[in-house]
Ligand binder design. Structure first.
Ligand code: NAD
Length: 361
């Protein structure tokens, strides 16, 4: 560890989830349910992954009380209410969410209301399973809550379950995870542990994605990506996020843009902008990418692995650039580099057209 990187003061809060990581780890689910003192699990999934939920129900046999396979993006509260009804009807005593951030979100929403133990078996790189944060939507309005009850008790990472995640989705989902770690490197409340986790997560993801892009069933690529996603999710749940996340939430919420793709496009631009203020903190990204700078390196890397690079390709209207810039500066929040509306507008404009990132003076 270099003396220059040592933080002289910090506070650390470690979120107490149990993590099981292994190829084929899904076979341990029954033991995990029993270790929690439970015997009637409600298995959750999206409609798209209902078959996986059924397979899991069969795998754990009489420990499964029922399945609920209507988990929905952005965790609508009416879906949560319906699932809560099933939970009560079958007298479940724990939930098992198998899927991506949407399914995990439903499990968290149920735990928030019941404090029931949760097991999560992630099949994407969203990282939601290791954060105490729940985003939910009521009448089209998304709100976020944080509560220790929301944090899942056990996470089972089984890389084999991600083999079926299409390469394009794998790439955007992983870049979304990478964005958490990038902003953790310069977070105001970072600590030595989160910085280590962020650097390790970045290295693992950057190594994994070219392998997955070449072969979606690459065992080492899938293992590294899920390992990196765990670390990146962990830092998301531990420290505050800055300009990059603010821009993505604003753009995603205003123009209904897909979550992971928006993160993938904005990341090089937000990093290039902040790199002017904190080049040393962002150096691990440039070093891992063997690039002269982190922002430019991320942009070239995104193209190499065929990630989306232009907001216009996601359906954002060009006339929305000004509106997004207004919204992004309307609610002040911390960022390592102070910014003005004209700079944010330039970032969004560059990302809209898919131009290379720039420091933006
Ligand atoms: P998702 O869960 O919505 O999944 C997208 C689709 O892919 C779904 O139909 C899903 O069933 C399918 N899918 C998932 N894994 C698959 C696999 N291995 N093979 C084939 N299909 C698969 O997408 P996501 O990106 O994982 O999650 C996005 C959501 O998570 C967003 O709503 C976001 O806000 C939320 N999120 C929350 C947090 C948090 O801390 N609260 C963190 C990150 C993301």
């Amino acid at each position: 560890m270099s003396g220059a990187m040592m933080q002289s003061s910090f506070e650390v809060q470690i979120n107490p989830a149990k993590i099981i990581f292994e190829d084929g780890a899904i076979s341990k689910t029954a033991r995990v349910v029993q270790d929690l003192g439970c015997s009637k699990a409600l298995v959750l999934s999206t409609p798209h992954q209902a078959d996986q939920a059924d397979d899991l129900a069969e795998l754990i046999g009489e420990l499964c009380a029922s399945t609920y396979t209507n988990a929905t993006m952005h965790t609508p509260t009416d879906v949560t209410s319906e699932a809560l009804g099933v939970l009560e009807d079958v007298r479940a005593d724990c939930t098992i969410a198998i899927g991506g951030g949407s399914t995990t979100g439903l499990g968290k929403a149920l735990a928030y209301r019941t404090d029931m133990p949760q097991i999560v078996i992630p099949t994407t790189y969203a990282g939601s399973e290791v954060t105490p944060i729940l985003g939910q939507t009521e009448d089209g309005v998304k709100t976020t809550v944080s509560d220790p009850k929301i944090l899942p008790e056990v996470v089972i990472y089984d890389p084999e379950l991600t083999y079926g995640l299409p390469a394009a989705m794998s790439v955007t989902s992983a870049l979304n995870a990478l964005a958490h770690a990038a902003e953790a490197l310069y977070a105001q409340n970072r600590n030595p542990i989160t910085s280590l986790q962020a650097r390790e997560g970045i290295e693992a993801l950057i190594a994994a994605l070219p392998e997955i892009a070449a072969d979606p069933k690459s065992p080492s690529g899938r293992r590294n990506a899920l390992y990196g996603a765990w670390l990146c999710g962990t830092v998301l749940g531990s420290v505050g996020m800055a300009l990059h996340h603010k821009l993505c939430h604003t753009l995603g919420g205003t123009f209904d843009l897909p979550h992971a793709e928006t993160h993938a496009i904005i990341l090089p631009h937000a990093v290039a902008f902040n790199e002017v203020a904190v080049p040393d903190l962002l150096k691990p990204i440039a070093t891992t990418l063997r690039a002269a700078s982190a922002g430019a390196g991320l942009f070239d890397y995104a193209k190499q692995i065929s990630a989306p690079t232009a907001l216009k390709d996601l359906g954002m209207p060009e006339g929305g650039i000004d509106h997004a810039a207004d919204l992004a500066v309307s609610n002040p929040y911390w960022n390592p580099r102070a910014f003005e509306r004209s700079q944010v507008r330039r970032i969004i404009e560059n990302a809209y057209h898919g131009r290379p990132p720039e420091p933006v003076d």
